[in-house]
Design a protein around this ligand. Structure first.
Ligand code: CP3
Length: 345
């Protein structure tokens, strides 16, 4: 078992491993009954802002499953609250920004507060998790990527068509770029603070960037992602660059940077890796809905993805997006075990 802590970090660096490491996006959350029990007593932001509780939620999936990494319990939108835009996780509605950013003046009004001052509870939770995990299981920190953060800031909530976001981009490109620069600055500061507090890898979530075509990505996102990832790579921890619906953007995401590129299930893993090149790792890419299928079908799908990865160094098994709230817990256990068994070398 001595290889367990090393497995995930070794795969991030494309070093050989005894089997393929696996963790799940959103593993520290709503699909676990223990989480729902905690949520019955505490608000979501309260959980995030109370380090012993955030640490406890981070550890829940580690206690239940043989996952190869822990991901910190927090949220990509926490960084927006100290900017003064009024963040709320409204019941049933998902996140809401009460004062969305729609103009250059709105961008200028965003407060600049260092992460150590604005989000000390996140850093304290990292200390608590590391004290508990030691070198047994590595801890992944994370942040939202600037485009995905901007989309929430501008829309004020989740969106289908990103009309306000793209309108600002097209109509006021200077305001757009100023906003992206502010978000890069805040994100880099936040990730540096997480690394200093003890996270051993970082994932940048550009969950919604797949709504852009390649030309817009190149013009409005790529320079900012390059700046953010370039600075984050300097911290020395491996960086996973994740997005969904990015089949048309993979080469550009690769050009933006990251040690590992996250893939969703809409792309064939072997084909995507071929396009990205052998000098980068890949993470993915089981459809989260496959976890609702019977375990023998989960087995088949795991085997198919492992076959596509071909035992090459640098594959981290994950879902193509977060685990869904209604997912059967036993199926998650079956998935984790199947990955380890079927990939044992
Ligand atoms: O991965 C983990 O388990 C760690 C914790 C984590 C959360 N959010 C906890 C959470 C992580 C990594 C995130 C990232 C996140 N948050 C993303 C990027 C990943 C993705 O899914 O695309 C985004 C877009 C958000 C924004 C966000 N936070 C939304 C849209 C929502 C509401 C809908 C939902 O997914 O639950 C949240 C709330 C949230 N973040 C919950 C959790 C456990 C549920 C809150 C609750 O208990 O009601």
């Amino acid at each position: 078992m001595s290889d367990v802590p090393a497995r995930f970090l070794r795969a991030c660096r494309r070093e050989p491993t005894d089997c393929t490491p696996v963790w799940l996006m959103r593993q520290a959350g709503r699909f676990l009954p223990e989480y729902r029990a905690l949520r019955a007593r505490h608000g979501f932001l309260e959980l995030c802002k109370t380090p012993p509780l955030a640490a406890e939620v981070t550890l829940l999936p580690i206690r239940r499953f043989a996952v190869d990494a822990a991901i910190l319990f927090a949220d990509i939108l926490l960084i927006l609250e100290p900017m003064g835009v009024g963040l709320e996780f409204a019941k049933g509605d998902g996140p809401v920004i009460h004062r969305p950013v729609r103009t250059r003046a709105d961008v200028e009004r965003l407060a600049r507060v260092p992460a150590s001052v604005a989000l000390p509870f996140v850093l304290e939770a990292i200390h608590l998790v590391r004290a508990e995990l030691g070198d047994r299981v590595p801890l992944i920190g994370f942040a939202g990527a600037p485009f995905t953060l901007a989309s929430y800031l501008i829309e004020g909530r989740g969106s289908r068509h990103y009309v306000h976001t793209k309108t600002l981009m097209y109509r006021e490109p200077q305001a757009w770029h100023a906003l992206m620069e502010r978000l890069v600055e805040a994100t880099v500061d936040y990730v540096r603070a997480q690394v200093a507090a003890g996270v051993e890898a970082v994932q940048l979530f550009d969950s919604w960037v797949g709504c852009l075509g390649p030309d817009d990505y190149r013009t409005y996102v790529l320079p900012h992602m390059r700046a953010a990832l370039g600075a984050i790579v300097q911290t020395g921890v491996p960086v996973i660059h994740f997005g969904t619906g990015t089949g048309a953007l993979l080469e550009l995401m690769r050009a933006a940077g990251g040690d590992v590129i996250g893939l969703d299930w809409r792309v064939d893993l072997a084909e995507a890796w071929g396009r990205l090149g052998a000098d980068v790792g890949v993470q993915g890419n089981l459809d989260p809905v496959a976890l609702f299928a019977p375990p023998d079908e989960i087995h088949r799908q795991v085997a198919r993805i492992l076959e596509r990865a071909g035992g090459r160094r640098g594959h981290i098994f994950n879902l193509g997006h977060g685990v869904l709230p209604e997912t059967p817990v036993a199926h998650v256990a079956a998935l984790i075990d199947a990955v380890h068994e079927l990939s044992a070398r």
